[in-house]
Design a protein around this ligand. Structure first.
Ligand code: ZN
Length: 1120
């Protein structure tokens, strides 16, 4: 990099404006005039100067192609997207407004106006019966298995499911779950005869209640009596069942849980809804939905049949089986669609304090006008209670999910880099907060008052500037640190370790060459790939943008130069082999270190080299490694000494860096960090279950601490054939900010595409090394707890040996004083790090939040997706120390307290039988249920101990978008993609999702399901033959190969679109999702059902409906 290079004259903050055409969002292109930039923002936010495609700054170079597997090559875009630096940005920038509404039969489109983001609008579940008796409650609980620890191997009888799926192979050697590892074809376990799907169509309902959170309030007539349905085994209702004619023709009647019954009246089909006009909804916008009042005329007629509700003539009729209509409870899909429709077309401008951003599932552009983009920081609430008493009452966790180095979509520019020269960035003398837009300049500009601690500081002469009549510095808009939410400073030598500017980091590749690694083909594949991949090491340079004022220079990331990253190579089994790849050598030289108990690095000169200079020697080494160990019989490996060696090498070279470890087995060879097989599934649901998540020795924590001190980040690629103790092996990656990848039963032919995609992405990731993150807050709140992949040696500094653009740190705040409504609350996240080019920098993110004295304001400004991110991380950490059941119960209780507090303080008085949910939190129950029944908290029989530890570790550093889709997978119907569709859909356009329930599957359709880690293509048994032919190239359903992982490349529109969609989904995620084709009713269908999270799970997890009823009961108990 070259900071002094000349740059084309660019006006200060000539911020590259969004290239809307590059954005798969057609509506942008059609609204060139829609910019909302206030004129006062002049140079920053002037009119968008054009919609032409602009190359993304700092975009990575093209991918190497030599190593691409045939499938990848054939699929074209797949290989490309795997390399995209900004792939993940697509999560937020995929299509939205072009999405066409689709509903399954019986699933009426919901008017968009209903969906207006009226944040204060509560969701109400209205019962038509008296509160349940205690007997009812008990019965309900028994039927739902909510809070009890449930034996994983006892599927509910009578559901027609097969026996619990034990995916263990017959030999018992390795139970491959297929969920987190690969799913070897043909190795699926014998599963019970799968149950037939409940038909091609969702159950027909004569009254398709809308998929909203609302139900019709009972009108003035006689209230509906309580209804009962067939009782679940062991369930009985306390009250006399009263019934009425059934209007629901569901083929599988379910119990209508007490307290939340819903039904429509008998009679003629409902009139068509006019839900696009919702004036009547205004009644509900004040947080009260009203009790079971009289007819609400301005309710409009959104609920067919509602009007007839109160006018039901005569005494109650005997009640046929009823069910709680899933369409009548809050739908994640509807909420996502509404937000896309309402907020996807306008940029999110960050100038206003306390604004709730669009959902993570919505595409939107961000314009920084003083607060950090939601891509960097999302909060559980954007309006914080003024007092700790209020906060305790509400029980809403106050947390921020921070992704300091988040990658941005191409349309958004990376933060400016400001160079203040030798004086360094300006900070508050007392609290050390960095200069930001919220600092108040006083005394004509000679001093400034810190917005965090109120300290008055002098303005250094070189930073002085006059103020305008409003007290603002006249150069405010010329300086990023005075007008933007996010920016960087070049750090001075004071910010460097040992007061010395850092060297560029190094990457060390450490390859297991034991028998398993050789036999599976891993070593050969990896060496072949590295030959080309090393040409694509990250370079992270900045270009000068402008010089303003007193020699302050601004830079932007951009331009690609040769990477400054050096590389080194180690192979190992029971001993370690170091390689000298100095450019002057004709051949690489190997040095063996067999004393693994006292690891040292046998060579310094020639171990870490520049890739270009040593190209020939490196290539020669990578050619030789597979041959050298081809006949190895060594099965034992060491692990801790490998990390130790890498760390010592970096220490000797006086640089930070990253170790890429490729490891296959439990390290049982005699050496430090030796492990034993301690897997014991019998511990599940006991008080000792937590030990499964704990490391079996403290040696790795000690090692990790040394790594952090050296800025040595460890990325671990695991290729286990059996238990490897992920809980212990992942300790160092976890504490050093690294990543863990796991490929169970790795086979080159089945898994190479996934592994190579992950490897390429991982190696090319831009990483900040040797990083320290500090979150400062204004007086009244402070950061008290942290979740993520990092190390902390004190209570405030988050230490990260490495931090990449995917990693997230979740921070919880607590009050320590009263907050002020007027001044609000401020967060400032400062990340000090070394770039891949070896430059020491500070990245600053600022965010201002509102404060409130009314609880309703808190509930109006919450973000459920972020709450779930926090709650999942809290729970997943909790299992290290507490019984899993305790962790689950804690979550349920907290959720009930949150909702009960709303009900008590914010909703208008109403009958106790109503479940009233705050509009912003109406998905809290469904999402929380997904967390509760996740593999960590309620594992199925097929989930291995390693899988659980792996997922636990993954979730810990996920961002909000990732936890959202991980816990509630996306299910996309595909038949509409077929050629006959009226409006052609672009390859990358996603069809609207449907709810993750078996009931939503039509056997005439094909679906893609993804959760960020897994990708399934589910094929209904009655799919048209033409579709089967187009997609699979075979003539009938029966000829489709179950478990297929690559779709044939066929030259027709449907095939292209589906493959394009798969590529697009993969590009949005940080890890490659291997495809698994599942045929309806075949043996893999059980695996697939695991992801239909609205349904009751085989491991005993409650269905959404049942869980909602349970939450309702909990809330009522709290209120009574
Ligand atoms: Zn201060």
């Amino acid at each position: 990099m070259n900071l002094n290079q000349s740059a084309p004259p660019v006006p200060p903050f000539g911020q590259p404006q969004p290239a809307y055409l590059g954005h798969h969002q057609s509506s942008y292109g059609g609204q060139p005039g829609s910019t909302t930039a206030p004129t006062s923002y002049g140079a920053y936010n002037g009119p968008v100067p054009g919609y032409q495609q602009t190359p993304p700054p700092g975009v990575s170079r093209a991918p190497p192609s030599s190593g691409a597997p045939p499938a990848s090559t054939a699929q074209g875009p797949c290989g490309q997207t795997a390399y995209g630096q900004f792939g993940q940005g697509d999560v937020q920038n995929g299509p939205s407004s072009t999405v066409q509404m689709q509903r399954l039969p019986g699933y009426q489109p919901f008017g968009s106006a209903i969906l207006a983001p009226v944040v204060s609008q509560p969701a109400v579940l209205q019962p038509y019966g008296p509160p349940p008796t205690s007997a009812q409650v008990t019965a309900q609980l028994a039927g739902m298995q909510i809070s009890g620890a449930v034996a994983p191997a006892s599927p509910p009888s009578g559901l027609g499911y097969g026996p619990p799926t034990s995916l263990a192979s017959a030999s018992g050697s390795f139970p491959n779950s297929g969920l987190y590892g690969s799913y070897p074809q043909g190795q699926a376990p014998p599963l019970g005869q799968p149950q037939g799907h409940p038909g091609a169509q969702p159950p027909q309902r004569s009254v398709p209640l809308q998929a909203s959170s609302f139900t019709p309030p009972a009108s003035g007539g006689p209230r509906m009596p309580s209804m009962t349905g067939p009782l679940l085994p062991g369930q009985s209702f306390g009250g006399p069942p009263v019934s009425q004619p059934n209007h629901v023709s569901s083929p599988a009647p379910q119990v209508l849980p007490p307290g939340t019954q819903m039904t429509g009246p008998p009679g003629p089909p409902p009139p068509p809804m006019h839900s696009s006009q919702q004036p009547g909804y205004q009644l509900q916008q004040n947080g009260s939905y009203g009790p079971t009042r009289g007819p609400q005329s301005n309710y409009g007629s959104p609920y067919p049949g509602a009007a007839a509700f109160g006018s039901q003539p005569g005494p109650p009729q005997p009640l046929p089986p009823k069910r709680l209509d899933p369409d009548a409870i809050p739908s994640p899909i509807q909420v996502i669609e509404d937000d896309r429709n309402n907020r996807g077309s306008e940029p999110f401008v960050t100038g206003v304090r306390g604004q709730v951003p669009p959902l993570v599932t919505t595409n939107f552009l961000v314009k920084d006008q003083g607060n950090a983009s939601p891509r960097y920081i999302r909060c559980t609430s954007y309006n914080i209670p003024c007092t700790s008493d209020m906060a305790k009452q509400a029980q809403v966790p106050l947390a921020a999910v921070i992704k300091p180095l988040a990658r941005l979509p191409p349309e958004e520019a990376s933060p400016y880099v400001v160079d203040h020269g030798e004086s360094g960035p300006l900070r508050c003398n007392r609290c050390k907060a960095y200069m930001c837009p919220f600092m108040q300049f006083v005394e004509g500009g000679r001093r400034f008052q810190c917005c965090f601690c109120s300290c008055i500081n002098d303005v250094p002469p070189q930073y002085f500037q006059h103020l305008d009549h409003t007290g603002k510095r006249v150069d405010a808009y010329d300086r990023p640190e005075l007008s933007l939410g996010s920016y960087e400073f070049l750090a001075t030598v004071d910010y460097c370790k040992n007061n010395k500017f850092p060297s560029p980091p190094a990457f060390i590749f450490m390859i297991d060459v034991s028998y398993n690694a050789i036999r599976s083909g891993l070593v050969r594949l990896l060496c072949e790939e590295l030959k080309s991949l090393l040409d694509f090491l990250p370079s992270w340079v900045v270009e000068k943008v402008a010089t303003v004022g007193n020699n302050v220079t601004f830079y932007r990331e951009g331009g690609a130069e040769e990477s400054a990253v050096r590389v080194g190579f180690v192979t190992y089994n029971k001993v370690l082999h170091f390689y000298n790849v100095k450019s002057s050598l004709a051949q690489p030289q190997m040095m063996v270190v067999s004393d693994v108990g006292d690891m040292f690095v046998p060579l310094l000169d020639g171990f870490l080299v520049n890739v270009n200079e040593s190209q020939a020697v490196i290539t020669s080494l990578l050619d030789q490694i597979p041959e050298m160990f081809a006949d190895t019989r060594e099965t034992e490996t060491v692990f801790a000494p490998v990390i130790q060696a890498g760390m010592e090498a970096l220490k000797a070279a006086e640089c930070a860096g990253k170790l890429f470890l490729f490891h296959t087995s439990l390290p049982i060879a005699e050496a430090p960090g030796k492990l034993k097989n301690r897997d014991d599934r019998k511990l599940i649901n006991t008080d000792k279950e937590k030990t499964l998540f704990q490391p079996q020795t403290g040696a790795y924590q000690t090692l990790a601490k040394e790594c952090v001190a050296q800025g040595c980040c460890v990325d671990l690629f695991l290729f286990p054939n059996q238990y490897v103790d992920v809980a212990t092996l992942s300790v160092v990656p976890q504490l050093t900010g690294g990543s863990v990848y796991k490929y169970a039963c790795f086979q080159v032919e089945n898994d190479q595409e996934r592994f190579l995609s992950d490897l390429r992405r991982d190696v090319q990731k831009v990483v900040g090394f040797d990083a320290v993150m500090r979150v400062r807050t204004s007086t009244g709140i402070r950061a008290v707890d942290f979740f993520g992949a990092f190390y902390m040696s004190n209570t405030t500094d988050v230490e990260l040996a490495g931090l990449d653009g995917d990693k997230t740190v979740t921070v919880e705040f607590k009050h320590d004083d009263r907050l002020n409504e007027e001044s609000g609350a401020l967060l400032q996240c400062a990340l000090l790090y070394t770039s891949c080019a070896g430059q020491r920098r500070l990245r600053i993110h600022n965010l201002a939040l509102n404060c409130c004295t009314q609880l309703a304001d808190l509930y109006r400004n919450c973000e459920t997706d972020t709450l779930i991110n926090y709650m999942a991380k809290f729970a997943y950490r909790g299992v290290l120390n507490s019984p899993v059941k305790t962790v689950r119960d804690t979550l349920i209780t907290q959720c009930a307290q949150i909702l009960a507090c709303y009900r008590k303080n914010c909703a208008s008085p109403s009958s106790a039988g109503q479940l009233i949910l705050p509009e912003c939190m109406k998905l809290l129950p469904v999402y929380l249920n997904c967390v509760l029944k996740s593999d960590v908290l309620q594992p199925g029989a097929e989930v291995t101990t390693d899988d659980r530890a792996y997922v636990r570790q993954l979730v810990t550093s996920m961002d909000v978008a990732e936890t959202n889709v991980f816990f509630y997978p996306r299910l996309l119907p595909l038949v509409r993609l077929s050629a006959g569709t009226k409006s052609p859909i672009e390859n990358t356009t996603e069809p609207p999702a449907v709810r993750a329930s078996e009931e939503r599957l039509s056997n005439g359709d094909i679906y893609l399901l993804e959760n960020g880690l897994n990708l399934f293509l589910w094929v209904g048994a009655s799919v048209q033959q033409g579709v089967v032919q187009s997609l699979f190239g075979v003539s009938s359903f029966s000829q489709i190969t179950s478990g297929l992982s690559v779709l044939p490349v066929l030259d027709n529109l449907l095939s292209k679109k589906v493959r394009g969609l798969i590529d697009s989904l993969r590009a949005q995620r940080s890890r490659y999702m291997k495809l698994i084709v599942v045929k309806q009713e075949d043996k893999l269908a059980t695996l697939f059902k695991h992801f239909l999270v609205e349904d009751k799970s085989l491991s005993g997890g409650a269905s959404y409906v049942d869980f909602l009823c349970h939450m309702h009961k909990e809330i009522r108990q709290l209120l009574s």
